[in-house]
Write a protein that binds this ligand. Structure first.
Ligand SMILES: NC(=O)c1ccc[n+]([C@@H]2O[C@H](COP(=O)([O-])OP(=O)(O)OC[C@H]3O[C@@H](n4cnc5c(N)ncnc54)[C@H](O)[C@@H]3O)[C@@H](O)[C@H]2O)c1
Length: 263
């Protein structure tokens, strides 16, 4: 599609990851203005290096777990002259992120409260704080939409055996936050309905990101499509949810998982 996102000004958290950076590239190609954000670091730098010169791209350092930073984010964006009408709660502590950081995956019995709370802080409290700030600064002032990012492990349990012998695992706090984020969607959808704001959840499936052939085989057997997703296949659905064509959708969970949840 050409110019699917013309007139959309999209604010994205955690934009430097495998999916976030794909969304940024695709949204710019579809005519959106993109306000990317992430923690400072190599992912943010790579994103700025790819898009930094573009007139439709801006970047803000943002830790979604930091209440002061989140409280000020839309004021900064508005002061710089752009009005977001699409917001993506995309930032998360993911298994891939922990593996990349060389963090060991504790067993459930060895999971500390601080590890658990760190994941909740980013994935769930961060999403709440972004939504609350959107309510304060944007909702009701102009039509807008929020997309919360869940996972195929939000409403389905993992098949634990596929992680045996793998360098990464699924972890309990992740699934818990991803189920919780859809609760936030459902709560907000009715709350915002009379203020021209919609909110939906997208639940991506397993996205290929350099996984071993053995892992691809194991997870592929659980997916109707028989394989992991390419990031662009998730972006296709994300772009639709960001577009004006999704205007009559609110309070929904959209699975983009090759049929994992459909058996
Ligand atoms: N990749 C998948 O297979 C998959 C599947 C289902 C759902 N998802 C979800 O999609 C979203 C994007 O996933 P991804 O694959 O791009 O993950 P990723 O690990 O590649 O990227 C996550 C991004 O979040 C950022 N982040 C982490 N903590 C943050 C914080 N406190 N503040 C701001 N940013 C922070 C990281 O810096 C990183 O850029 C996540 O919500 C993830 O849970 C991914």
């Amino acid at each position: 599609m050409v110019d699917q996102l013309k007139g959309r000004t999209v604010f994205i958290t955690g934009s430097g990851g495998v999916l976030g950076s794909t969304y940024v590239r695709r949204m710019l190609a579809e005519g959106a203005r993109v306000i990317a954000s992430d923690l400072p670091g190599h992912r943010a730098e790579a994103l700025k290096a790819s898009h930094g010169g573009g007139e439709n791209f801006r970047f803000y350092d943002l830790d979604v777990g930091d209440e002061d930073q989140v409280t000020g984010i839309f004021a900064r964006i508005l002061a710089d002259g752009w009005q977001p009408n699409v917001v993506l709660n995309n930032a998360a502590i993911t298994g891939e992120l922990l593996m990349g950081a060389g963090k060991p995956f504790p067993s459930f019995a060895d999971t500390s409260v601080s590890d658990w709370e760190r994941t909740l802080r980013t994935n769930l409290t961060g999403a709440f704080m972004i939504a609350r700030q959107m309510d304060r600064d944007i909702v009701g002032n102009w039509p807008c939409t929020l997309i919360n990012v869940a996972s195929m492990y939000a409403l389905n349990g993992p098949h634990h055996q596929i992680y045996e012998g793998m360098p990464f695992k699924s972890f309990s706090a992740y699934s818990t936050t991803k189920a919780g984020i859809h609760g936030l969607t459902l709560w907000l959808a009715g709350y915002w309905a009379k203020r021209q704001a919609t909110v939906n959840t997208i639940a991506p499936g397993a996205v290929f990101n350099g996984h071993t052939e053995e892992f691809q085989r194991r997870v592929g057997e659980l997916i109707m499509a028989g394989r992991m997703a390419q990031p662009d296949e998730i972006a296709d659905a994300m772009l639709f949810l960001c577009s004006a064509q999704a205007g009559y959708m609110t309070g929904q969970l959209v699975n983009v998982d090759g049929g994992f949840s459909g058996w």
